[in-house]
Design a protein around this ligand. Structure first.
Ligand code: AMP
Length: 418
């Protein structure tokens, strides 16, 4: 089945056309036929498009709204010279990345009016993400009328967290009245990596004893403790700001700092939010860049602030890994994913340094050699095994979409993807 996957942001649209079904998903041979990005929607947009086995396209033009961006994507997918399908009718379903599903959505679901209302109910909690996600959905609904559309939530994988992990130490009425709790994000990535790890270990998907830690280290970073395929705890919270140090987000900090700084620097709430989300993290500490690759280069050239930023990043990650080994009561395997996790051997090594006491050890040569590919990086015979697992959120969205559509077609109630 050919599935269009849309990830619609405030001024960007990422799209992929993937081919998947039950057999190819089980064999791991399902794949993207084309990938693309429309950036800077609302002004002069840049379109990048990479079809499998054909030359890439890069063009720029005025694209003022998401519907035009989706239309442009469909044009490229069907263009005789660079297209991967003859016409739109070959697309059988659309899968959408939806950032926030609150407590309502614990699995991926087909989108109908009630689901749409539920996604809109979460606007308050994800004002920058859910509204453009819905814009992408409406555009696809108008341009591909009658096609089944499926919502895959960043939060739903973490809905299995117990109350002791998701509650904050604030008056309980704030949870009851305003849903103030930890939700966690990057759920699609953690679920994908956890499933790959389970397969790599040769363990059954529902093995209740299997204890895993998945580290998604990209521009946004989060870490999850998983037992028996269920998320027990994760580092992002009410918003994606909590937890690990990230490219430009602070991660954990004493909440009193915000009140203090807002007074001292006379910041509005919007300015305070920008300070913590856009000017903090690796960028804030180094004063140089949010990009780990640049910081590692600068550190090697003797830049102390770049070194400090990388040190804080690795230290915070180590602290979380150690905490999650405690949460799980031990560990069978850990995976690094995301641009940093998949490529930065030095960050992997520095984050695990000192955790040998928990059985977490790296094989230096294997670690150095693993770049952007699936690989074991722990030594032969290790009790706690460590892997690099390139993540693929779009593939998981396509697989969920396929499964739900197949269930709908066969008259079954759509099954909750595991
Ligand atoms: P993502 O958001 O998953 O695309 O990851 C982006 C992050 O991955 C940025 O901080 C990049 O600097 C980092 N990254 C990508 N490639 C490398 C590399 N070869 N070495 C170190 N960091 C990298």
């Amino acid at each position: 089945m050919k599935v269009l996957v849309l990830n619609s942001g405030s001024s960007s649209l990422k799209f992929q056309l993937l081919e998947t079904d039950a057999a190819s998903a089980a064999a791991g041979t399902d794949r993207a036929l084309a990938k693309g990005l429309v950036d800077n929607i609302g002004s002069t947009a840049v379109v990048r498009y990479e079809p499998l086995g054909k030359p890439p396209v890069r063009e720029s033009s005025e694209i003022l709204e998401h519907k035009i961006a989706v239309a442009r994507s469909l044009d490229l997918l069907t263009r005789p010279d660079v297209g991967v399908i003859r016409d739109r009718s070959e697309i059988e379903a659309v899968g959408h990345r939806i950032v926030h599903g609150g407590e309502q959505f614990k699995t991926s679901v087909p989108i109908d009016d009630e689901v749409l209302r539920g996604i809109e109910d979460c606007f308050d909690m994800a004002p920058l993400h859910n509204p453009p996600n819905v814009r992408g959905y409406r555009a696809a609904r108008d341009l591909l009328p009658g096609l089944p559309q499926v919502a895959v939530f960043d939060t739903s994988f973490h809905q299995t967290m117990p109350a002791e992990a998701f509650l904050y130490g604030v008056p309980h009425v704030l949870y009851q009245r305003h849903g103030i709790r930890r939700y966690g994000f990057h759920g699609t990535s953690h679920r994908y990596v956890s499933a790959r790890l389970t397969a790599l270990l040769g363990r059954p998907a529902d093995d209740p004893d299997l204890r895993l830690i998945t580290c998604h280290l990209g521009n946004g970073c989060s870490i999850t403790a998983i037992q028996g395929g269920r998320s027990l705890d994760t580092s992002m919270g009410f918003t994606p700001l909590e937890g690990l140090l990230m490219g430009s987000r602070s991660g954990d900090l004493d909440p009193a700092i915000i009140l203090h700084i807002m007074g001292k620097e006379e910041l509005s709430t919007l300015e305070a939010s920008a300070l913590l989300n856009k000017h903090s993290g690796l960028l804030g500490i180094s004063g140089l860049s949010n990009d780990m690759r640049k910081l590692l280069e600068a550190e090697a050239a003797g830049n102390d602030r770049a070194k400090l930023a990388v040190d804080v990043f690795c230290y915070r990650l180590k602290k979380y890994i150690a905490a999650y080994v405690g949460v799980l009561g031990g560990i069978d395997a850990l995976a690094f994913a995301g641009g940093i996790g998949e490529n930065a051997a030095a960050v992997r090594a520095r984050s695990l340094l000192g955790l040998e006491v928990m059985g977490l050890r790296l094989d230096e040569a294997r670690n150095r050699a693993a770049r952007g590919v699936e690989a074991e990086i722990s030594p032969e015979g290790a009790t706690a095994r460590v892997f690099v697992v390139p993540t693929d959120e779009e593939l998981l969205i396509a697989r969920d979409t396929y499964r739900i559509v197949a269930d709908l077609r066969s008259g079954k109630k759509p099954e909750a993807p595991a």
